[in-house]
Design a protein around this ligand. Structure first.
Ligand SMILES: [Zn+2]
Length: 299
């Protein structure tokens, strides 16, 4: 497995030198600042996860305790510190706060750090960070409610397209192709499932989610995302059935698998696709490391 696809373009800069440069570029203070910023965004993601499936505004009213409705002050709303200081309970009514709140904050902070480490301080990092945050929200909501809000997928499709026009390492044609291909393939699956399996396997939310991912990733990476999602979904489903944790009738939401497939492709796309067997030879060099190539050309 080659770590970097298009070595020929920059063979005068060895991988070691490149990694070293990257390592010094992203200093400790940047890592800390990125994590704190990610955790603050994570706090907003919690609001989205709670309110979007309930059709509530994510802007107003400001954060309040879901049990006693008391509006939270700034000091009650600092990522994990408030949770730790209050020992996981509401300051006003003492009701237990879900561990999920600090977990999502830490997760998003960590994801931002990994994204900055991988892509550097580039505009493309901002786009991937936004996409990854949206995917975190999708995973939690789909897991709980088996829905994927249009409030995420529709703006996501537009952002994916606009990012492809400006900063992403794919062309706008590839972005549109990804959107149509991702949406189209899953739409066909949704349409044909009742005829083959006698029931619906997926929902339109999954169709729109893969269309959104397609707008960010381009069509080939989108098909690969679907491949990863189907494989991991089938594995997890079989394990859950074999261990009798679920019955055959219980639906397993597919959205989290699509989201995780997308995450894998963003971070390990070039390696995964090469490993899959040179099917995507040309594109493998453009996936996941476009911004580093751009970097390199500027230097
Ligand atoms: Zn309360």
């Amino acid at each position: 497995m080659k770590l970097f696809g298009n070595v020929g373009v920059r063979n005068d800069l060895s991988v070691c030198e490149w990694v070293h440069e990257k390592g010094t570029a992203v200093s400790g203070s940047i890592v800390v600042a990125t994590f704190v910023f990610g955790a603050m965004v994570g706090s907003f993601l919690n609001v989205c996860i709670h309110r979007l499936p309930r059709d509530l505004s994510v802007i107003l009213p400001s954060s309040h305790c879901p049990a006693c409705q008391t509006t939270l002050r700034v000091v009650d709303n600092i990522p994990f510190f408030s949770f730790l200081a209050l020992r996981g309970r509401c300051r006003y009514c003492n009701v237990k706060i879900s561990w999920r709140y600090p977990f999502v904050e830490a997760l998003n902070g960590l994801v931002y750090v990994v994204t900055v480490e991988k892509f550097g301080l580039e505009s493309v990092t901002l786009v991937y960070a936004l996409l990854l945050s949206a995917l975190i929200v999708v995973i939690f909501i789909d897991f709980d409610y088996q829905i994927i809000p249009n409030e995420i997928t529709f703006p996501g499709m537009l952002l994916g397209f606009l990012s492809a026009v400006t900063v992403l390492p794919i062309s706008w044609q590839d972005s549109v192709g990804g959107l149509l291909c991702g949406g189209g393939v899953l739409f066909f699956v949704v349409w044909i499932s009742p005829y083959i399996f006698g029931r619906e396997g997926m929902g339109m939310g999954d169709v729109k989610l893969l269309a959104m991912l397609g707008a960010f990733l381009g069509w080939k990476a989108t098909l690969f995302t679907l491949l990863l999602a189907s494989f991991s979904g089938a594995m997890v489903g079989l394990i859950l059935l074999a261990t009798k944790l679920i019955t055959r009738r219980e639906p397993i939401p597919f959205g989290p698998f699509l989201a995780l497939g997308g995450v894998m492709v963003i971070f390990f796309g070039e390696g995964l696709i090469e490993w899959y067997g040179g099917l995507f030879e040309v594109e493998s060099s453009r996936l996941g490391e476009g911004p580093t190539l751009v970097n390199y050309e500027i230097r």
